[in-house]
Ligand binder design. Structure first.
Ligand code: KIV
Length: 269
């Protein structure tokens, strides 16, 4: 099976197609998500929150990202795989950025990397692209800057902040990014940025005007009943279904209804 390339992704908006991206962190879900025909799987550092149970994404290490990238790469054969560069794995300088990104491709088996930040990373991104590493940018609400933002707040609300975001987006495009995540910004700002760029934008909490959409897999599946922000649509209520299924199992084990003869092995002698 042929894997989706960055060239195909860049062409999609021109062909009138929207890009479908979802996060994923393990081989089992990767197989399911691939079967569901998504275009891009992001092995996002959101795994720090939804898999590891941290309060934010900051504790996630590059080694942990590589571990999850490898698992996803074993499960998904078709979707384009983007590995997230975690906090602290690229901020120290271009050399660190290139080494970390190379490890995600070499050891993690992904085809491209994503990093959070604007024009300040343009030189590093240009070097990555020259080294043959495709890069997805990420602007707006950038979770690795949670402490600087003072929480997970919608960004680029003022005219000057929106203008800066647009300038950052253009700088990332010029540096060679093949696409750009726009997270947590007003819909009109995302529309303006999308119209100004040739590369596709992929929105999350950024309205309807982006060239594609990304959601955290566990959010769209409804795995956490406490988490219901405005930008998430829950396509299922797996929280309830998982609790019900495991409760049914527990009840049957306690009552002796499971296992039965049907689930037992017998030797012939
Ligand atoms: O880590 C992540 O899941 C992300 C998406 C929310 C874009 O960066």
């Amino acid at each position: 099976m042929k894997r989706i390339t960055t060239t195909q992704l860049r062409r999609k908006p021109r062909d009138g197609e929207r890009i479908v991206m979802v996060t994923c962190y393990d081989a089992t879900f990767a197989r399911l998500v691939d079967e569901a025909n998504v275009d891009v799987i992001l092995i996002g550092d959101s795994l720090g929150m939804v898999v590891q149970g941290h309060e934010n994404t900051l504790p996630v290490t590059l080694d942990e990202m590589i571990y999850h990238c490898r698992a996803v790469a074993r499960g998904a054969q078709r979707a384009h795989l983007v590995g997230d560069l975690p906090f602290g794995s690229y901020q120290a300088g271009t050399e660190q950025l290139i080494q970390s990104a190379a490890r995600l491709l070499k050891e993690g088996g992904v085809q491209s990397v994503k990093l959070e930040g604007g024009a300040e990373y343009a030189d590093g991104i240009a070097k990555l692209v020259r080294a043959g590493i495709p890069v997805m940018g990420h602007l707006g609400l950038t979770p690795q800057s949670v402490h600087q933002m003072g929480g997970y707040r919608v960004q680029a609300k003022s005219q000057s902040a929106a203008d800066k975001l647009l300038a950052d987006a253009v700088a990332l495009q010029e540096a060679g990014c093949f696409s750009l995540v726009l997270e947590g910004i007003p819909a009109p700002v995302a529309e303006r940025v999308t119209a100004a760029l040739e590369i596709p934008t992929i929105g999350i909490g950024a309205g309807v005007g982006c060239a594609g959409q990304v959601l955290v897999l566990y959010d769209l599946l409804g795995l956490d009943e406490r988490f219901a922000p405005k930008f998430v649509k829950k396509y299922d209520n797996l929280h309830r279904r998982v609790v019900d299924a495991v409760s049914a199992y527990a009840t049957e084990v306690r009552s002796g209804a499971f296992p039965t003869e049907e689930h037992s092995h017998y030797t012939s002698h």
